[in-house]
Design a protein around this ligand. Structure first.
Ligand code: ARG
Ligand code: ZN
Length: 888
């Protein structure tokens, strides 16, 4: 049942205009759909093809008549039609209340909402539901006025009024042709925060953020983020909002983060609502970046869209890159006001480190497992399974490399040309890369295209040779990419390697390559295009220490033989913050894996010394220190461990955390004290960095069972005036053996018992808890008990992600319990979720896909459960693809 990229064919008929009428009723909504279908001159003649899923078809006419011939196979409907233009009218009945998949039209807390990407529109009406069909939509909504006072759809409101029987209607017109996946409607009881702003060309536009009435005090930050995003896109890319009104709606039941429907973005409440008492600094940052991401899609995604779903990274990789740049600029700008250009540089670097962490924790494992795929996949069974870290995050890295190779101006010229050629069209990744080349004097990007077709994380092996006699240093870089499922032979890629050479005094050498007359910048981008290449640097006074892949200039694994002393040296001196952080991570990884391999191993003194030096370096930005002093994530470490033994790793991490906490208790206590943030809460990178470091200090102290530290955590928990501090203190208490942890959890619950988003944090914290005391109850018992909590529901994706997702995907040391209880529980939950929401089930199913990397005892336990899921009845294509590939 797999769909191939190579099979793409244009449709014989497309749609020019579509007129939709919704008579909204929770259990029986009638959708009347009138399409003007036109022959596609670029395609061979054929039938009109429409897709429909879970629909009750009430009528179907072509030019007002019963159609001559209709062929139906599965979701596909093929209709014979003559001529060039025909009107097809379909009427369907759907049951939003019964729609637990949250794809198509569904109910959430009494309101109607839609999610159509990728193929949800066909669950609303019959339609050529493909992104290469771009039509102009007119939408009329009719609903009960009391239950749904607000009626929204894409574009402009052109008419509204009362109807008999307590009903009312609204008519919306979207002036821009769009694919069906960008259609949206909302009919609910909501209120809006409104703002009017002027665009760069001087047009006044109305911005609205719609939420339930009780949440109106949490939308200001989202609105500010929207305004900042608009300004940024104007200034950075010359791109302006093209509508008179732009709406954001928050909904509590949502499969993903958010959706860029034209003029009517629909968001998971998690990425809209924020106020100091309920949202952490990280939540504020996420709201800002997701609001920006969806807003940026208006150009990269909506005005220019994807020809087919294989091209998904065309819009997603590019838009993630844009939101990453935006966030770095915003954080940099705020930090600049507080701490000048150095503060700005550090804030940007910390953002980059965050992005690298996500890539390594989520994308590297994906690229090393059964789901490995190129950023532009060649086949899929279920497209919803391909909204992946590879398509999004690695896709963004590929765009970043283009930006590096072409420079900011060259990149901008390429973007300008992209819009001038393709505005209003559905295009491919080749179109994008070709236009980037054309805008840059034919810059050769043929080899670069391999990034779009090759899966797997490339390795770059680096070695250096110092020649004392002539003061030269020859750096040799060799690349290789491991085989991935279905793709054995790999060709060399274009890999930009940003390199610096550090002198014995810790300062960067100005770099001079052989053949150049002058030394230049201290960081140079070396272009690795062959399997192996050497670069000879000359004019060096002493043997340098190389610092490679600065700023994480390519999504690769750098293999560089560095002894502990070198890592410690770079931890202390690397001028590139990303690499300085990475040196600390590599050193910690080395220590953690050695301790996992040998249960009697302690923490080497040299590592403690290097760690202490960073911790005590008050000249360093607190946010950076918080990054560098945090251990690498467990998921990333497991990926680096062969065979992966989560229980041994957890035991090692517990010992390591305890030692780092106990050895530097005085320093951690002093740091926590020094990092106090005075005054009322504000979302600002300078304050956030201080809070992050203070919270990290509490974590280490609590792990070590330090009495003063635990008392401090308790005091901060009680006195906190914002969620970042309250939750940070609670997290420290929970990650300890302190008897006060239960009381703190209860107090937190009591305070937020009616707050769904905060309760998600409460669930996640418990699901992610480690056992610091061998006698403590296994986390699984806790998770099972929490499933019975009245606030938990398998129908709400946020709850599932918070409780089950955290346990399956962020608590390996508990989930992989030797008795297999975690694995059996996983299968139970995947099977239960499969029946109600296949997308959510598939996400949970992915938690075990890399099982073949594990130690043999776990493999047999996991295999049995994977097989149990695969054999269970009514398996959705979503889950079947994941589990099938895992067992292949
Ligand atoms: N386009 C949305 C975004 O990136 C995500 C939609 C995900 N939809 C899905 N069916 N997986 O913001
Ligand atoms: Zn997106």
């Amino acid at each position: 049942p797999s769909i191939q990229r190579a099979d793409y064919r244009p449709l014989a008929w497309t749609v020019e205009t579509v007129d939709l009428h919704f008579c909204l009723e929770p259990e029986a909504t009638v959708v009347t759909n009138r399409m003007l279908c036109v022959r596609n001159r670029e395609a061979e003649a054929g039938q009109i093809r429409l897709w429909g899923e879970d629909l009750e078809r009430l009528s179907l006419t072509v030019d007002g008549q019963a159609p001559q011939a209709v062929r139906e196979q599965g979701a596909l409907l093929e209709i014979d039609a003559d001529g060039e233009r025909v009107v097809v009218e379909v009427q369907t009945r759907i049951n939003p209340k019964a729609n637990t998949t949250l794809s198509g039209l569904y109910l959430s807390n009494g309101g109607f909402f839609t999610q159509c990407e990728a193929e949800g529109f066909r669950r609303i009406t019959c339609f050529p539901d493909r992104p290469d069909v771009m039509a102009r939509f007119t939408v009329t909504l009719e609903a009960d006025r009391a239950a749904c006072p607000v009626l929204l759809s894409n574009g402009n409101l052109v008419e509204q009024g009362e109807l008999p029987g307590g009903r009312h209607y609204a008519k919306w017109e979207d002036p821009f042709p769009k694919p069906s996946y960008l259609f949206a409607l909302v009919a609910a009881d909501l209120v809006a925060l409104e703002r009017k702003v002027e665009t760069m060309s001087g047009r006044e536009v109305l911005l609205q953020v719609w939420v339930e009435a009780g949440n109106l005090d949490r939308v200001e930050h989202a609105m500010d983020s929207l305004v900042h995003s608009m300004r940024w896109d104007e200034e950075t890319f010359g791109l302006e909002l093209d509508l008179d009104r732009f709406m954001i709606v928050a909904v509590a039941d949502f499969n993903m983060g958010a959706m860029e429907n034209k003029g009517l973005n629909i968001f998971n409440t998690k990425f809209i609502l924020a106020k100091p008492d309920t949202a952490t600094d990280i939540d504020y940052e996420n709201v800002e970046s997701v609001v920006a991401h969806e807003y940026f899609h208006n150009w990269t995604g909506n005005r220019v869209t994807c020809r087919d779903w294989f091209q998904l990274t065309l819009k997603e990789g590019l838009t993630v890159f844009r939101d990453q740049q935006f966030s770095a600029d915003m954080l940099g700008r705020m930090a600049n006001e507080a701490a000048g250009p150095e503060g700005a540089a550090s804030a940007r670097a910390v953002k980059r480190i965050d992005d690298v962490r996500v890539l390594r924790a989520a994308q590297f494992p994906e690229d090393a497992g059964p789901m490995a795929h190129p950023i532009r996949p060649d086949s899929y069974q279920e497209i919803n399974n391909f909204y992946t870290a590879t398509v999004y995050e690695k896709g963004a890295e590929v765009i970043r490399m283009l930006h590096t190779l072409l420079g900011p101006e060259g990149f901008r010229n390429g973007m300008d040309l992209y819009f001038s050629y393709f505005d209003g069209q559905a295009v491919t990744c080749d179109d994008f890369v070709e236009v980037m080349s054309e805008a840059n004097n034919g810059f050769d990007l043929d080899q670069f295209m391999r990034w779009y077709s090759q899966a797997g994380t490339p390795r770059v092996k680096a070695s250096g040779q110092w020649n004392a006699a002539d003061g030269s240093y020859t750096l040799t870089l060799a690349q290789s990419t491991p085989a991935t499922p279905g793709q054995h032979a790999k060709l060399p890629l274009v890999i930009p390697v940003a390199a610096g050479l550090i002198g014995p005094d810790g300062r960067d050498y100005p770099l001079r390559l052989e053949g150049e007359s002058q030394p230049g910048a201290t960081t140079r981008v070396l272009k690795l295009t062959e399997e192996a290449q050497s670069f000879r640097f000359v004019g060096l006074a002493a043997e340098p220490v190389p610092s490679l892949l600065r700023g994480f200039s390519a999504p690769v694994i750098l293999e560089l033989d560095e002894d502990d002393a070198r890592l410690a040296f770079r931890m202390a001196h690397d001028a590139d913050p990303c690499n300085r952080w990475d040196a600390a991570q590599r050193y910690a990884e080395r220590v953690a894996l050695a301790m996992a391999a040998d249960p009697s191993a302690g923490v080497p003194a040299a590592f403690l010394e290097a760690f202490r030096a960073l911790l005590g370096n008050a000249a360093l930005d607190p946010a950076f220190r918080a990054q560098a002093l945090a251990l690498p994530g467990e998921a990333y470490l497991l990926e680096r461990m062969t065979p992966a033994d989560p229980l041994a790793l957890r035991a090692a991490l517990v010992r390591l955390m305890r030692t780092l906490g106990a050895s530097f208790a005085a320093e951690w206590l002093a740091t926590c004290e020094a990092m106090q943030v005075p005054g009322p809460y504000r979302y600002h990178p300078a304050d956030a960095g201080r809070r992050a470091l203070a919270n990290l200090a509490l974590r280490y102290l609590a792990a070590a069972g330090n009495a003063q530290g635990l008392a401090l955590a308790q005091a901060r928990f009680d006195a906190a005036t914002n969620m970042t501090e309250r939750f940070g203190a609670l997290a420290a208490l929970v990650q300890s053996t302190h008897p006060a942890r239960e009381a703190a959890l209860a107090a937190f619950h009591a305070r937020y018992r009616d707050d769904a988003l905060v309760l998600d944090k409460w669930f996640a914290l418990q699901a992610g808890a480690w056992r610091w005391d061998a006698a403590a109850v296994p986390t699984l018992e806790r998770v099972k008990a929490l499933m019975a909590d009245p606030a938990f529901s398998l129908s709400n994706p946020n709850k599932v992600y918070a409780l089950l997702g955290t346990y399956f995907r962020a608590n390996a040391g508990e989930f992989h319990a030797a008795d297999g209880s975690g694995h059996a529980f996983w299968a139970d939950q995947v099977i239960a979720l499969n029946a109600r929401n296949p997308q959510v089930a598939a996400r949970m199913a992915r938690a075990l896909e890399n099982w073949r990397h594990f130690v043999p005892a776990l493999q047999s336990s996991i295999r049995a459960q994977l097989e149990r899921v695969l054999a269970s009845p009514n398996l959705s294509p979503d889950v079947a693809e994941i589990v099938g590939k895992a067992l292949d």
